[in-house]
Write a protein that binds this ligand. Structure first.
Ligand code: SF4
Length: 406
């Protein structure tokens, strides 16, 4: 599905990258008409989704509510960041069209109609121990339950958070001020949330488990195993029809991750995020200092060799480094059977290298075409089912399939 955009022709993956990285101004008419009818909320913690006509899933960040949230949540840094806020403007609007249907606009030009996922009571729930689902887990697209940060990040607490990471920045701030750290859900809480989303509401079929980077990777693997065991006990792995994708810190001894596969993980991502080593050092001081590229590569190659092609993944953040270096890294990994995941950088959380400015269309198109070639060349299938909110990788793979070039 192609459309005209500022004198260029774009497809829905290009549009997704632009919308995810720039956010949208959502009209009150949309909230008035659809609140309580579909999954749509003014609360940024609910991770809204819009669905394009070819079923591409897109993160919907209402920029005005998001900026209010950021200003209140990061009062510690607001003053420092205010100078960047002028870089945050979006040309995208979500409003009702002439037929009273929801539509995405670029300035005043209608680009396409959109749909929303079905209504859910997920965000109203609390676990039996009193942990709210809101703020601990999100529904992404129509298939994924994602836990954002299930354990603390030691690198952030040590004063070396990644510049782009909102949770890491928050932990760094709390530690510096000697304030209490957040309470993380227990394995039983997590299993209860999974049961609700997968079985009770039948809303999702796949699960993403993520936490911070830790100094004690054996303890991290043990915690993930305890989470998977609790899910298995309460829900049963056989009752989760999709994938379980784990994001973890690469251990010095890569054999440590074997236990995660034994406990039910389908794939393990140990994410490099940035291939250019000089930029990685500046943007991710903790990851560079405490783990570094080689440890990632050793662990990823171990998983690919021991557990098979496509079982190891590594995320790249689309927008933080030149397209050529990112694609060089993606090709390096893919040639070893490791899947490059591609998530679009959302600049309106924290500035990176003093900027909150997203790349332009040509950059995203170069990444899209490069990854499309890489997935075809090495026969790799990125995770994601029908698609995730901010990742382009699965959309690229699905588009290849549609065009018969996989
Ligand atoms: S290591 Fe991970 S959790 Fe920690 S600051 Fe970086 S991105 Fe955030």
């Amino acid at each position: 599905m192609n459309m005209e955009f500022g004198g260029a022709t774009i497809d829905t993956i290009d549009l997704k990258a632009l919308v995810v990285s720039r956010g949208v101004n959502v009209s009150n008419r949309i909230y008035k008409k659809f609140s309580g009818q579909v999954r749509l909320s003014a609360n940024p913690l609910e991770c809204n989704t819009i669905i394009l006509p070819d079923n591409t899933i897109v993160q919907l960040t209402d920029l005005s509510f998001h900026m209010d949230y950021i200003k209140s949540a990061i009062s510690w840094d607001t003053l420092k960041q205010l100078k960047y806020f002028s870089q945050i403007k979006t040309p995208f609007r979500l409003d009702l069209d002439e037929a009273d249907l929801p539509a995405l606009y670029f300035k005043n030009q209608k680009l396409t109609n959109v749909a929303f996922p079905r209504l859910t009571d997920f965000y109203k729930q609390k676990t039996s121990s009193g942990i709210p689902y809101l703020g601990n887990a999100v529904l992404q697209g129509t298939q994924w339950l994602s836990f954002q940060l299930l354990w603390k990040c030691d690198y952030a607490i040590a004063g070396d958070p990644c510049q782009y990471c909102y949770s890491g920045g928050e932990l760094d701030h709390l530690t510096r001020r000697k304030k209490e750290l957040p309470v993380y859900p227990s394995p039983e809480d997590i299993a209860e949330i999974v049961e609700y989303a997968v079985i009770k509401e039948g809303y999702v079929d796949s699960i993403q488990i993520t936490g911070g980077s830790t100094f004690n990777v054996q303890a991290e693997c043990d915690r993930i195993t305890a989470i998977l065991d609790a899910i298995n006990l309460r829900v049963g792995r056989a009752n989760i029809p999709g994938e379980i994708l784990i994001y973890t810190t690469p251990p010095k001894n890569p054999q440590m991750v074997d236990q995660l596969f034994e406990a039910g993980a389908d794939r393990i991502s140990m994410s490099l995020e940035i291939w250019d080593e000089e930029l990685a050092r500046k943007i991710m001081p903790g990851k560079t200092k405490f783990t570094g590229r080689q440890r990632h590569l050793d662990a990823l190659e171990y998983v690919a060799l021991k557990h098979g092609k496509g079982k190891a993944c590594s995320n790249f953040i689309i927008g933080l480094e030149p397209a050529d270096s990112l694609l060089e890294g993606a090709n390096y990994l893919a040639s070893r059977g490791i899947v490059p995941i591609a998530s679009v950088w959302i600049p309106f959380g924290r500035p990176v290298l003093g900027s909150m400015k997203a790349p332009d269309l040509g950059y995203y198109q170069k990444i899209k075409n490069g990854l499309s070639d890489i997935y075809c060349k090495y026969g790799l299938i990125p995770p994601g089912g029908k698609g995730l909110n901010v990742c382009m990788c699965r959309d690229i793979y699905l588009q290849n399939q549609k065009e018969g070039i996989d």
